[in-house]
Ligand binder design. Structure first.
Ligand SMILES: [Zn+2]
Length: 120
């Protein structure tokens, strides 16, 4: 019975949320999708990650911290992003995703100063 006890002590709610909780948060997200708040966010037409302009229909809802990693469906954890970024985020490991964002920010900073990106 020793292993049983160890199991419960090892339980980490942030990395192993129970399925019922995830379902609840998913429901919340669906509700938010119908809210004026979300419509406004989409109408802004901007991807939260790459910062590019998109049609509202091209933007998807994304949890900055995925529900499976303990994120919740609070407005502060939900952003509008393009399908490209959304699928990339699913593929990448967290540190790879962070690198991707860092690179985006660097190139955004470079283009906003002047257009002399000599790599082309
Ligand atoms: Zn994007």
């Amino acid at each position: 019975m020793r292993s049983e006890q160890e199991k419960s002590e090892d339980f980490d709610p942030f990395f192993a949320p129970d399925p019922g909780w995830i379902e609840r948060e998913k429901k919340k997200a669906r509700k938010l999708r119908d809210s004026p708040w979300w419509k406004k966010k989409k109408a802004a037409g901007k991807c939260h990650y790459c910062g590019q302009a998109f049609k509202p229909a091209e933007l998807t809802m994304d949890h900055i911290i995925p529900l499976s990693r303990g994120g919740s469906s609070e407005k502060s954890n939900i952003v509008a992003c393009c399908k490209d970024c959304n699928s990339r985020k699913k593929y990448y490991l967290p540190h790879e995703w962070q690198e991707y964002l860092d690179n985006l920010q660097k190139s955004a900073a470079a283009t906003s100063h002047n257009m002399d990106n000599s790599e082309t």
